[in-house]
Write a protein that binds this ligand. Structure first.
Ligand SMILES: *Cc1c(COP(=O)(O)O)cnc(C)c1O
Length: 355
């Protein structure tokens, strides 16, 4: 039968709000080749299972962890749920809680709901980072997990990870770092965020964001075998005996795409993307500031600025894919597909709609 309608996927040229981007061409190609392989059944699909081990090794290298344990997840949401699940399963309390800054991603709300845990969100400081005193006051003997964000979704801030880790471990809790977005830019900065910087227990780090892998490719990393053991369930009808992932059948596209992207881009390609996009974010922040628009300093390639609702709407009307923070600021994520020309066109539209 002839297909009468074949919609085109949306182009990325006006997308300024997304944490996804155009995949690297080799990653795209490898994802297509492994589309039907199921890494959830490694005894049947051995090749993709081997690729997954290589992908986890490389992710570990990026995140400062030798002999990394973990797997390619569906995204940061799954990795965060799994970190909470492992911590809950290892905790000795019957009423386990999670302590996280209010800047933490909404996937932790899902994690707490699904796992029957209490989520305690604590305030951030004046620069949008987890407030250490507030975190210390919120943890107690029932705390199973403390979460720090390395590259927050709204302002690109990095929480004080070593200090949070000390608070977590003093309370007998595990420490999880959510580097879902930041993990592929932070290696080129001076921030303390990784397994090498603090004795953290687990991390979420998404190849399908700044890693330039096709969706779905998240990463869950753990330092110790005990974390993965806490997630493993028996798998009666498979030839392997246990499975630590949350999903069962998964597409090999995520695994093969993530590995190909990292092999092509780590470290030089990622460093170049980071430098280009940090320069783009700085350009945009300057453009806003010189126009008298209040702007949050872009510490990572993510800019937030206060625009009136009518200006925001007019820019959306002009075709720009832009979004807002919870407090209503314009939020622009400088992902690898964002060009300086696009930002210049955006700024000239901004001038047009404001005049
Ligand atoms: C994007 C993001 C997530 C969620 O990841 P998905 O891949 O969308 O599931 C979690 N945490 C942070 C900090 C993120 O930026």
């Amino acid at each position: 039968m002839q297909r009468v309608r074949r919609p085109q996927p949306q182009a990325f040229d006006r997308v300024l709000s997304s944490m996804c981007t155009v995949p690297h061409p080799e990653a795209h190609e490898e994802a297509v080749r492994f589309l039907a392989a199921n890494p959830g059944d490694p005894a049947t699909y051995e090749t993709v299972a081997e690729l997954e081990r290589e992908a986890v090794d490389l992710l570990g290298e990026i995140a400062g962890l030798d002999s990394a344990l973990g797997y390619i997840a569906s995204g940061g949401t799954e990795a965060n749920i799994q970190a909470a699940r492992a911590a809950r399963n290892r905790a000795e309390t019957r009423a386990p809680n999670i302590v996280a800054p209010e800047s933490a991603h909404f996937s932790l709300t899902k994690a707490a709901e699904v796992l029957g845990m209490e989520l305690r969100t604590v305030p951030v400081d004046a620069d949008y980072r987890a407030d250490l005193d507030a975190v210390a006051a919120a943890v107690d003997a029932d705390t199973a997990l403390v979460v720090g964000v390395a590259g927050t979704t709204e302002y690109g801030r990095v929480d004080p990870i070593p200090e949070l880790t000390a608070i977590a471990h003093d309370a007998g809790a595990r420490m999880h770092v959510d580097a879902s977005w930041g993990g592929f830019v932070l290696p080129f900065t001076d921030h303390s965020w990784s397994f090498a910087d603090a004795p953290i227990d687990s991390m979420a780090i998404d190849p399908h964001k700044f890693g330039q892998a096709p969706v779905p490719a998240g990463g869950f990393l753990a330092r110790d075998r005990a974390t993965l053991d806490a997630l493993a369930v028996d798998t009666p009808y498979l030839e392997t005996t246990s499975q630590a992932t949350l999903t069962g059948t998964r597409s090999g596209a995520g695994v093969a795409g993530a590995l190909a992207a990292m092999e092509a881009l780590w470290p030089d390609g990622y460093r170049e993307s980071y430098r280009d996009q940090q320069a783009n974010a700085d350009y945009l922040a300057r453009a806003f500031s010189t126009r008298g628009i209040e702007t949050v300093d872009p510490e990572l390639p993510l800019v937030a600025a206060s625009l009136s609702p009518s200006t925001f709407d007019a820019l959306r009307e002009a075709g720009w894919r832009i979004s807002r923070t919870a407090s209503g600021e314009l939020r622009i994520v400088c992902m690898p597909h964002v060009t300086r020309e696009a930002l210049e066109a955006f700024v000239s539209d901004l001038d047009r709609v404001r005049s």
